[in-house]
Design a protein around this ligand. Structure first.
Ligand SMILES: [Zn+2]
Length: 147
């Protein structure tokens, strides 16, 4: 009953289930926060989660970053914090689903969608890799036959 009415509300507002700003992202008290500015927005007022690699991010920035990374076809999330300004070397530590779920304050639906999209990106990559290997083998065979 209650899930039906919230679904109807979403339909009325016209907002897709996952877009990101329709619910406020408030960190659970169990998530460790930090005084460092957000690595993406440089936000200093809203709460910043302390990621496992030691870098700071707001739940909204993490959600936006995740959405973008998924769109770019990434198979995992890596910390974009620049640790060395001279050669623009990023931290690059992998963040797992559990950490992203907690620190981007994902709903159950958003979590399911995130995992599904990462898995789609992984399977797309695997298919592309297999095709490349097949093509390379075919080229190799052709080269052998021509010799
Ligand atoms: Zn980091």
């Amino acid at each position: 009953m209650s899930s039906n009415s919230s679904y109807a509300m979403r339909l009325r507002s016209g907002a897709p289930v996952v877009v990101g700003t329709q619910h406020e992202r408030v960190l659970s008290p169990t998530v460790e926060t930090t005084k460092d500015p957000c690595m993406i927005t440089f936000e200093m007022e809203k709460e910043r989660a302390l990621m496992s690699c030691g870098h700071a991010i707001t739940p909204c920035a993490l959600f936006q970053f995740m959405t973008n990374e998924l769109r770019l076809g990434r198979r995992q999330m890596r910390c974009p914090f620049i640790i060395d300004d001279n050669n623009l070397q990023p931290c690059n530590k992998v963040w797992d689903y559990t950490e992203i779920k907690a620190k981007a304050c994902l709903t159950r639906e958003e979590t399911a969608e995130m995992i599904q999209k990462f898995q789609m990106n992984i399977s797309k990559f695997e298919k592309m890799r297999e095709r490349n290997i097949r093509n390379a083998k075919a080229r190799h065979k052709l080269a052998d036959e021509n010799n």
